[in-house]
Design a protein around this ligand. Structure first.
Ligand SMILES: O=C(O)C(=O)C[C@]1(C(=O)O)C=C[C@@H](O)C=C1
Length: 98
């Protein structure tokens, strides 16, 4: 192994260690978010509120797009990611109501 290859292998290892830690943060963050949306689902089911709230979603998406721009993250990706999560939450809410 040349010095350059060894250095590249070292850098790769460092990046992967950071990626693994960040993936763990994502999983714990998502789990925490779902705990709260679970609570929201119970409130909605017991107070006869609809599973989705498009006005709230519109505000969340606008806010997330702004944050993504600030963080140098593709806002289209941020919007798709939030929508993916929200659709899953809505499915959970619907299960509470049936
Ligand atoms: O805030 C709500 O009313 C929720 O049900 C939570 C949530 C979300 O996951 O952020 C999910 C569905 C709604 O359409 C809007 C937002």
């Amino acid at each position: 192994m040349t010095d350059t290859t060894a250095r590249a292998a070292d850098l790769l290892k460092g990046h992967r260690e950071s990626i693994d830690r960040l993936d763990a943060i994502l999983v714990f963050t998502l789990a925490e978010r779902f705990k709260h949306t679970q609570g929201v689902g119970v409130l909605k089911a017991t107070h006869d509120l609809p599973p989705s709230d498009p006005a709230r979603e519109e505000k969340q998406i606008a806010r997330l797009r702004d944050l993504a721009n600030e963080a140098d993250l593709d806002p289209e990706f941020a919007e798709k990611f939030l929508n993916f999560i929200i659709q899953e939450v809505i499915k959970h809410h619907e299960r509470h109501q049936s």
